[in-house]
Ligand binder design. Structure first.
Ligand SMILES: [Zn+2]
Length: 541
């Protein structure tokens, strides 16, 4: 009888692994048992076809590593069964569970429980899976102390404090570590990682050398520089309108450049996002803010995310950074309208089949477009021959509700030729440095103000309506000025509030405590500096 129980025990095994739900890791328990019967290998517990395919890979990898796949019926169950499981990361734990249940591998008595994840190839190699850091952090939070998995392309151990991550390149190595044969210094393979880190550091400083000149090359485009400075200082969505070749794209890269570097918390968030994205992302420096520039033919699902399981989109990749939509009038209206949700909530909820996923997406939106089809409408020479009707149709692509969300609408003109020459001659690094410093001090002022009012930090673009008046610190004459203005201009509520928020940022940029008439007048320029048709539109509530 006792023998019977012991035998049964040896035919059962259990191992912890980790799945992904958006950027979060979800703990999964794999139970496996060997039963008498005809040879079969069954996998249950809400698994999709990719997980079921792992049966063949596991069988082949075990055989290639000179172990035996058990005869009879093999039954694996993934828990919790309510959570949908997808992908190939369960191959390695499944193989270890098979070997443990069939008595070919043993975890030593008293050893810490070990978790594992990784994809197996047919010859037993362990392949990379997405979201390594996300999985490790979830496992660490749940109290797991040892994990076996594939190599990570950056030093993920530096983000972990209570976990030992054993990097393996094939199933045989994983089996050794699982059975307790651990090399003395057998933690994460740091050597390889630190080399690539130092390489990227070098590449980054070189890149910085090139990038810091973006702003300097824009000399003459003062209106544009002013607009991106305000946008960066208060995290205000910005729309640039101007003829082709007036420097809209350069201004977008300059905007990403003048934003202060990310905080530690933001660095981790962005890393977790990049870890689960299938799109290769190249950022030399981890503190560098993301800059995403999707093509105008982008679909709504590529912009916001979609599919089964729901993948993230450009909005999430731009989290903590800049999302630049060039030729915004050419973007599908459906995609543009969908932007409103992330702009409001700073996150995206995706529900597809049994999946419910939330991705963060707090980005600074910058859009650019031509003022009309030919693009010449705002130029002094006025060679534009577009009819009023065609201009209207062209600009109609930016829907009213989205248009209202642009706090700043700046109109640009082409820079005159002599200034262009001057911009080539000029190599003044101090300009971009001083703008960066201005933006940073404006951010600091906003933080101080939020602390003063006992609020959690938010940018000026997100001052709640009830706090607008106390935050402005205006005197009586200024209050009178804005109430007259509101009456006269017949602004929509949203437009009027955004005008006040922009004025707050302009005052912060000149390090003033109180908002004055001059700030409001300047902010007003970014509402009125439009072709006639636009000012009419913005007035309609
Ligand atoms: Zn035109």
């Amino acid at each position: 009888m006792l023998d019977n129980i012991a035998m049964k025990k040896s035919q059962y095994s259990k191992i912890t692994t980790c799945a992904l739900s958006g950027i979060e890791g979800v703990l999964i328990e794999i139970e496996l048992c060997l039963l008498p019967g005809l040879p079969s290998f069954e996998v249950g517990g809400n698994c999709d076809s990719a997980v079921r395919e792992s049966r063949d890979r596991v069988r082949a990898a075990i055989n290639s590593s000179y172990y035996n796949f058990p005869k009879g019926r093999v039954l694996a169950a993934y828990a919790p069964a309510t959570f949908p499981k997808s992908g190939s990361a369960f191959d390695l734990p499944l193989a270890l569970a098979v070997l443990q249940a069939s008595g070919q591998v043993h975890r030593p008595e008293g050893a810490n429980p070990v978790a594992a994840f990784g994809e197996l190839s047919l010859d037993g190699r362990v392949h990379r899976v997405s979201g390594i850091l996300n999985r490790l952090l979830a496992l660490e939070a749940s109290g797991v102390r040892e994990v076996i998995g594939p190599p990570c392309d950056f030093d993920c151990q530096s983000f972990l404090s209570n976990i030992r991550y054993y990097v393996v390149s094939n199933l045989s190595e994983a089996i050794e570590i699982y059975s307790g044969i651990v090399p003395a210094a057998g933690s994460i393979a740091k050597g390889k990682v630190s080399v690539s880190a130092s390489e990227s550091e070098g590449a980054n400083s070189a890149k910085h050398g090139i990038r810091s000149s973006v702003l300097n090359r824009l000399s003459g485009q003062e209106a544009g520089i002013r607009a991106i400075t305000i946008a960066a200082a208060g995290w205000h969505p910005l729309l640039l309108m101007g003829a082709p070749g007036c420097g809209k794209t350069s201004l977008a890269s300059a905007l990403a450049e003048i934003l202060p570097p990310m905080t530690e918390e933001e660095v981790l968030q962005v890393l977790l996002i990049e870890q689960v994205s299938d799109i290769p992302v190249y950022r030399g420096d981890l503190t560098e803010r993301p800059f995403r520039r999707p093509h105008h033919s982008i679909t709504a699902s590529a912009l916001l995310g979609g599919g089964v399981p729901p993948k993230l989109g450009e909005c999430t990749l731009a989290h903590c950074g800049v999302l630049f939509l060039d030729e915004v009038t050419e973007v599908r209206p459906q995609a543009l309208d969908a932007l409103r949700e992330p702009m409001e909530l700073k996150k995206i909820h995706l529900a597809r089949s049994s999946w419910r996923v939330t991705y963060p997406s707090d980005f600074l939106l910058m859009a650019a477009c031509n003022p009309c089809r030919c693009g010449e409408r705002l130029e002094a020479g006025a060679r534009c021959r577009c009819s009023e009707y065609s201009v209207e149709r062209h600009l109609d692509r930016i829907s009213g509700p989205l248009y209202d969300r642009f706090d700043l609408v700046a109109r640009l003109n082409r820079v005159k030729a002599p200034t262009l020459q001057a911009s080539l001659d000029q190599n003044d690094e101090t300009r971009s440095k001083s703008i960066q410093a201005q933006v940073r001090s404006a951010w600091k002022k906003q933080m101080e103000r939020c602390t003063y009012f006992g609020e959690k930090f938010f940018f000026n673009s997100r001052i709640p309506i009830d706090l607008l008046i106390p935050f402005m610190q205006m005197n009586d004459s200024c209050l009178k000025f804005i109430s007259e203005l509101a009456e006269e201009m017949r602004f929509s509520f949203r437009a009027f509030h955004s005008l006040l928020r922009v004025a707050r940022t302009i005052a912060d940029l000149r390090t003033a405590e109180a908002v004055e008439e001059v700030d409001l007048a300047l902010a007003l320029e970014y509402r009125l500096a439009l072709p006639s048709i636009f000012s009419e539109r913005s007035n309609i509530g």
